[in-house]
Design a protein around this ligand. Structure first.
Ligand SMILES: *Cc1c(COP(=O)(O)O)cnc(C)c1O
Length: 384
């Protein structure tokens, strides 16, 4: 089946973002490139090899199936992969066998890791995630003695690869106090482990926002997601960065473009409704075009009567409801629109650009969510 839209990923944009990020972080900390959520919608199989070509050596994913996809897409290239979320019991042995590092965050996980490592005959590389204030996952203080006991008891089965935590909103200055508290708590726990005679191989806490905003959080490794794809964790983070370096432009480049084409055009008479129901009525005679993308393709329903796309170098608005596989746009102000004309949903056309965040502002969603909602079956291609 021919797809109704296409996504392209820019190699040059990625190279440029990598240079920018490395420049910001400096040379001391390793970078783990976060490719969970299908590489934030870009497609793991496309993205991981591109990242390796840019110098990536360490990847972070959410679960074992993503780890497997990274491994597979890189064939025999040697990279480290870290699972930050879920490793189910049945995947533990595979992970250990394949040298995949993984988070442990509750007592049963670590015991299961010991059992699996014994069975495989190889050390499990564990990252101990500790609760510092996000209250999502992570060992609570009272559980730590058990963790230390297991690590001390099984040095042949457990490698204390990392001690980590995650900040609850480092992209917003409003969370400054909470993040500062989390940093203190992390430090206290690190010292506690040291007093038990336990040192993690690496210490890591920072996501994109923390790595940019709070240099002391860089430690031995930073976990960078959104920045590498060319987006800021929040508008605030960009503004703060720019004021620090005294610039106005955006140093990051969007990798992704998403394009479709005009499926059909027609004229609608005054007083008629467009699409399902009565959500849009033509108040004058108008020309409309239908585009074969809808909420089933990640073009969310909340863009009904609100979203924008580019056609023939002009910005045009969605009218009526977003359907499962189609939207209708008002092309009354655009000349000579024909079936087959290029439609840009994310990207550039002529002088104009539609970024995901512009799209996000309309739909009240952030970049993270919009990107990861792009379905896997939209074909993706790498361009320069
Ligand atoms: C997603 C995630 C990151 C990366 O976050 P960005 O804001 O995209 O850089 C880092 N650490 C953990 C634990 C995550 O889940």
């Amino acid at each position: 089946m021919l797809a109704t839209s296409k996504i392209t990923i820019s190699r040059k944009a990625l190279e440029s973002n990598y240079r920018f990020i490395r420049n910001q972080i400096g040379d001391d900390a390793n970078i783990s490139w976060v490719v969970k959520g299908n590489a934030y919608g870009h497609g793991i199989e496309m993205f991981a090899p591109l990242a390796v070509a840019c110098g990536a050596e360490h990847f972070s994913v959410f679960d074992a199936s993503e780890a497997y996809r990274v491994r597979k897409s890189l064939q025999d290239k040697e990279v480290q992969i870290m699972i930050m979320g879920m490793v189910e019991d049945q995947h533990l042995e595979w992970a250990i066998e394949n040298n995949i590092e993984f988070y442990v965050f509750e007592p049963e996980r670590l015991e299961a890791a010991v059992r699996a490592a014994r069975k495989v005959g190889k050390k499990a590389k564990v990252h101990v995630e500790v609760e510092t204030g996000m209250n999502r996952i992570g060992y609570e203080a009272h559980e730590l003695p058990h963790v230390a006991e297991l690590l001390l008891k099984h040095p042949d089965l457990l490698q204390f690869q990392g001690l980590c935590t995650h900040f609850a909103g480092a992209e917003s200055i409003a969370n400054y106090v909470r993040v500062t508290q989390q940093r203190k708590t992390y430090k206290r726990i690190l010292n506690w482990f040291a007093n038990q005679g336990l040192q993690p191989d690496i210490k890591h806490v920072a996501c994109s926002a923390a790595a940019i905003r709070y240099p002391p959080t860089r430690l031995d490794m930073v976990r960078i997601g959104i920045l590498q794809y060319g987006f800021w964790p929040s508008r605030e983070t960009l503004i703060e960065h720019n004021s620090k370096v005294n610039r106005q432009d955006n140093p990051l480049e969007r990798l992704i473009s998403w394009k479709s084409q005009v499926m059909d055009t027609k004229t609608v008479k005054t007083g008629e409704y467009v699409g399902y129901g009565t959500s849009y009525m033509a108040t004058k005679e108008m020309k409309v075009a239908t585009i074969p993308i809808g909420y089933g393709h990640g073009f969310t329903r909340s863009l009904s009567n609100a979203g924008r796309v580019l056609i023939r170098g002009k910005r045009v608005g969605v009218i009526g409801m977003v359907n499962m596989n189609a939207i209708t746009v008002d092309i009354s102000q655009v000349d000579h629109v024909e079936r087959g004309d290029e439609v840009v949903i994310i990207g550039n056309q002529g002088e104009l650009e539609l970024g995901v965040s512009a799209f996000g502002e309309f739909s009240q969603q952030v970049n993270y969510e919009l990107l990861t909602r792009l379905p896997m079956d939209i074909p993706r291609e790498i361009v320069d």
